[in-house]
Ligand binder design. Structure first.
Ligand SMILES: NC(=O)CC[C@H](N)C(=O)O
Length: 309
């Protein structure tokens, strides 16, 4: 296992990529996200033996946004089984933006994968729970298990800011309701989804989730199984093929680490035989990926030959 990345080296790399923080733009289509500070940069590593290394503003909390799609997928698979989930959501990557509605017009009208918004909304719809709050409560206790941290909650301001402005996501849900991919109330599913996306963590908690996925679904400290091994593998495979939206191909070539990004500017990466890596840098490129996150992961991967390919 590669373990010679010191805090000093990590700090240097973070400073080296800092200028990129001004290359992109903070997401503002969710108004509350527009208030993030592009200078808040942080990175954390969580090795398989439990050791951690961190640099930057690691105390800053951010919302998971699309990273939550990996977590909701794992829970929906545990709730319903693979057959049920993949009857309704596909397994193929798409070259379209994450919020695209275009493919839903094709027959069969089924979202191509669980990492685009349409697929993720369908996945949230499948999570067991009679009400949105019950679904979100179950998701939160799952996140508590994944991080061994019961203080984690969701940011109400970000959740309601997205709920009030999520017209595209509402449209995706109405399309899927017409085609019986989702059931029940569109507003209730959107309520659960926006709260799921607003779950708030810091890079250290996120890196621990990456390490758990690398550890085949077992908590690093206790060895407790939280996600069945074959489901952890499915999650990591989707991270490779679809995790960075329509930049997943170039990311696989340049970095080659299973990773999932979110429009808050965070990236969760998980590498078997290494552990978890989390980066936060709110400035995004045109595809919605953290500019600093991409640069830092590229540096790490090249310097330590981390690509899985
Ligand atoms: N790419 C993302 O992080 C998107 C998540 C966001 N909550 C949305 O649905 O638009």
């Amino acid at each position: 296992m590669i373990k010679d990345i010191s805090e000093q080296v990590l700090n240097e790399w973070l400073e080296n990529v800092r200028p990129y923080a001004y290359d992109g733009q903070v997401a503002d289509y969710i108004p509350a996200l527009g208030r993030q500070n592009p200078e808040d940069l942080a990175v954390a590593l969580h090795y398989l033996d439990g050791d951690t290394v961190e640099a930057g503003r690691t105390e800053v909390r951010f919302t998971l946004q699309s990273i939550s799609k990996v977590i909701s997928l794992a829970l929906a698979l545990m709730d319903n089984g693979e057959e049920y989930v993949f009857d309704r959501v596909g397994m193929e990557p798409t070259g379209d933006p994450f919020h695209s509605i275009y493919r839903l017009e094709q027959i069969p009208s089924k979202p191509l994968n669980p990492m685009i918004n349409a697929g993720a909304l369908a996945v949230t719809n499948m999570i067991h729970g009679a009400t949105p709050d019950e679904k979100v409560g179950r998701l939160l206790s799952f996140v508590h298990d994944l991080t061994d941290d019961h203080s984690i909650g969701y940011n109400e301001e970000v959740a309601s800011s997205e709920f009030e402005t999520a017209f595209l996501n509402r449209s995706l849900l109405f399309y899927m309701k017409q085609h019986q991919i989702v059931t029940g109330s569109v507003e209730e599913t959107l309520d659960a989804y926006t709260k799921q996306c607003a779950i708030e963590v810091n890079v250290c908690q996120l890196a621990r989730i990456g390490a758990l996925l690398a550890n085949e679904g077992r908590d690093i400290a206790s060895g407790r199984r939280i996600i069945p091994k074959h489901l952890a593998r499915i999650c990591k495979t989707f991270m490779v093929t679809c995790g960075m939206y329509d930049a997943s191909g170039s990311f696989a070539i340049k970095v080659g680490i299973p990773a999932k990004s979110g429009v808050s500017g965070s990236v969760l990466a998980s590498l078997n035989d290494f552990g978890g890596i989390a980066v936060y840098g709110p400035s995004l490129d045109e595809k919605g990926n953290s500019v600093v996150g991409l640069k830092l992961l590229e540096t790490l991967s090249n310097r330590y030959d981390l690509s899985i390919f």
